[in-house]
Design a protein around this ligand. Structure first.
Ligand SMILES: Cc1cc2nc3c(=O)[nH]c(=O)nc-3n(C[C@H](O)[C@H](O)[C@H](O)COP(=O)(O)O)c2cc1C
Length: 196
């Protein structure tokens, strides 16, 4: 049986470190749920490599479906599940765009082929064929040859500011432990135990 902690972000980071060596896939991957202007939800996986009390950061094409959703409705929910430690975390809160400097720094850290891919892909728009994409990659590789690849203006970071964190730990006979943490005005967290 677990009990509430004062800082659920520290708990998230500690749990992720324990999970990381045993997960078959990337422990920083999570489902990101957004909703459009009509409140229709959609979910997809993203990588959230940077986490602190101010934000859970991900990077994407701002003209994608998720980018449009976040323009219309800047609130999101993230869901991580690490089977090796029998734990799920849900993070919910308002979303803000990263500064240009932060997006530049992250873009610069990516492999060159991913940087070219960010220019080549009009993410979430229809394309005629796979060749359309690979031809565009070849064309851009030639264009940027011998030069650093700049960050496309429509590509950048977002942070989900954690207002609600839910920690779920699998228990025997489906009697799981669930704690919902709500961030208070003074930055402390109020924990509530939820029925599983
Ligand atoms: C494990 C995993 C990680 C992913 N990480 C990202 C990411 O960090 N950023 C991104 O734009 N797409 C990422 N994708 C692709 C997205 O799931 C999605 O297909 C894409 O962003 C378009 O989503 P949208 O049309 O809802 O905007 C990832 C996919 C998987 C399976």
């Amino acid at each position: 049986m677990s009990s509430p902690v004062p800082d659920p972000i520290a708990l998230f980071l500690e749990t992720r470190s324990r999970a990381e060596p045993n997960e078959p896939w990337d422990a920083v991957a999570c489902a990101l749920a957004t909703a459009d202007a009509k409140g229709r939800p959609s979910a997809r996986f993203v990588l959230v490599k940077e986490v602190d009390a101010d934000g859970f950061w991900f990077y994407t094409n701002e003209q994608s479906q998720k980018g449009k959703d976040l323009d219309a409705n800047p609130w999101a929910s993230l869901c991580f599940f690490w089977p090796s430690v029998h734990t799920q975390f849900r993070i919910e809160g308002p979303v803000e765009k990263a500064s240009a400097a932060r997006s530049d720094a992250y873009f610069a850290s990516r492999p060159r082929i991913s940087q070219v891919g960010a220019w080549a892909s009009d993410q979430s728009r229809p394309i005629a064929s796979r060749e359309t994409l690979t031809d565009r990659v070849r064309q851009l590789e030639a264009q940027f040859e011998g030069k650093p690849v700049p960050r496309p203006p429509h590509w950048g970071g977002y942070r989900v500011i954690p207002q609600i964190v839910e920690h779920w730990v699998e228990g025997d006979y489906r009697l799981h432990d669930r704690f919902r943490y709500e961030r208070q005005e003074d930055g402390t967290w109020r924990a509530t135990r939820l029925a599983p």
